[in-house]
Design a protein around this ligand. Structure first.
Ligand SMILES: *Cc1c(COP(=O)(O)O)cnc(C)c1O
Length: 396
């Protein structure tokens, strides 16, 4: 039995192209780009070229690209920088959404303790916010709007261009956590009026532990790490050249095949959604229309999500109950609560996240396995008995 990997929102397999792009910088061109000798200078040239190529994928300029240790770091640096800039002007109001990644939410909580007012916009039953909602929330003292490009658990894609336009008009900095979008959806930081943007290599077949913070020219960044003058003094530490080269190759590859991959992956996604919708008392989570090509997220009433995952794993299917960062804890996902799922229902979630390497045969196997496992688990669930006997009302 071959393993089916359907957890690409948690992380992806590193592509051959990314690995091939990394190897020379581990084996021969291992110099420190700050060194003056030839091996160092070859690494420095590679770094320049990676910055250039990544900037092109985003329609940014190379000087606006800062390499970080990943999405979490870039999220932290983006909002802490905007907060420090705001603070200096006496602006301490921040707008974000209720279903951001924890790298965002926990940093915002930290700022709240420092006296910032954080307003998390409600995301409604399909999990999105409108530009109108953002516009209404903007105040005189708003220093930052941060809205994710696409949600990692339920796959909703948010109207980033419209929100960008509203923020630009109001003169408020706009950050988007585009970790789930980069390499999967078109990004144009200029056309979309984006001031700060986060991406992470391991979500598009690049290596783990590297990412990018794009900061529009003129947006002053605060350092998270002090030390050397790398990244124009904004992010100290010897650059992770092999990973950066892998990231550049993976992003170029993803951007070159964006439409083709999206078409292929959404067809697989739609087959899964159609099939799983036939399971009684189930519901799709997230926006049914504006949806990440690879995201399938369901709740199955009367089922315990962790058990579902373990039984699917035994059948060789790697899935997730929501976000990798909350699994292992018994708290239901904040994203599913934010779209109005009740606690029991939120605990019955299954996320299957696909990539262009998944096949039709794999979808067939998933469509055989999930209904069988759901039925089996319901057969032994006291909660399901209560629902069927009418002791508790069905909500799905
Ligand atoms: C994965 C993810 C992150 C964190 O990125 P890391 O590189 O793993 O730190 C942040 N935001 C979203 C939406 C993600 O999916």
């Amino acid at each position: 039995m071959t393993t089916i990997y359907a957890d690409n929102a948690a992380t992806t397999q590193t592509s051959r192209a990314a690995i091939d792009a990394m190897l020379p910088y581990l084996e021969t061109i291992y110099g420190n780009p700050s060194s003056l000798h030839s091996v160092g200078q070859q690494a420095a040239e590679a770094l320049l070229s990676a910055r250039d190529r990544i900037a092109k994928c985003l329609n940014a300029s190379p000087r606006e690209i800062y390499f970080t240790s990943g999405g979490s770091e870039a999220d932290n640096q983006a909002i802490l920088s905007a907060a420090r800039l705001g603070e200096r002007k006496g602006k301490k109001h921040i707008i974000s959404t209720a279903f951001e990644h924890h790298a965002m939410l926990h940093t915002l909580q930290k700022l709240e303790k420092e006296g910032f007012t954080v307003e998390l916009l409600p995301v409604g039953p399909i999990g999105t916010v409108t530009a109108q909602q953002v516009k209404r929330a903007i105040r005189e003292d708003t220093c930052l709007v941060s809205v994710m490009y696409a949600n990692n658990e339920i796959g909703s894609i948010l109207p980033i261009s419209e929100i960008g336009a509203v923020c630009r008009e109001a003169g408020v900095l706009f950050h988007t956590d585009a970790v789930q979008a980069a390499g999967h959806l078109p990004i144009d930081v200029k056309a979309q009026d984006i001031d700060l943007l986060t991406l992470s290599a391991h979500k598009f077949h690049g290596p783990k532990g590297t990412g990018v913070l794009y900061a529009r020219q003129g947006v002053f960044l605060t350092n998270l790490i002090e030390g050397g003058a790398q990244e124009r003094g904004k992010r100290a530490g010897t650059e992770n050249i092999p990973a950066i080269m892998g990231m550049a190759a993976a992003l170029e590859d993803a951007c070159a095949h964006l439409d083709e991959n999206a078409k292929r992956v959404s067809a697989l996604r739609d087959r899964l959604i159609d099939g799983l919708s036939k399971i009684p008392h189930s519901a799709l989570n997230g926006d049914p229309v504006n949806r990440l090509p690879g995201n399938v997220s369901f709740c199955f009433e009367g089922v315990e999500g962790e058990s579902l995952l373990l039984l699917l794993d035994a059948k060789g299917i790697c899935a997730s109950s929501g976000s990798a960062c909350t699994s292992g804890s018994l708290d239901p996902s904040h994203v599913l609560l934010a779209i109005g799922r009740l606690h029991d229902v939120a605990r019955s979630s299954l996320r299957l996240s696909l990539c262009e390497w998944n096949t039709d045969e794999e979808i067939d196997r998933i469509l055989d396995a999930v209904p069988e496992v759901v039925e089996y688990l319901r057969g032994m669930s006291p909660l399901w008995k209560d629902l069927v006997s009418g002791k508790k009302p069905f909500t799905l």
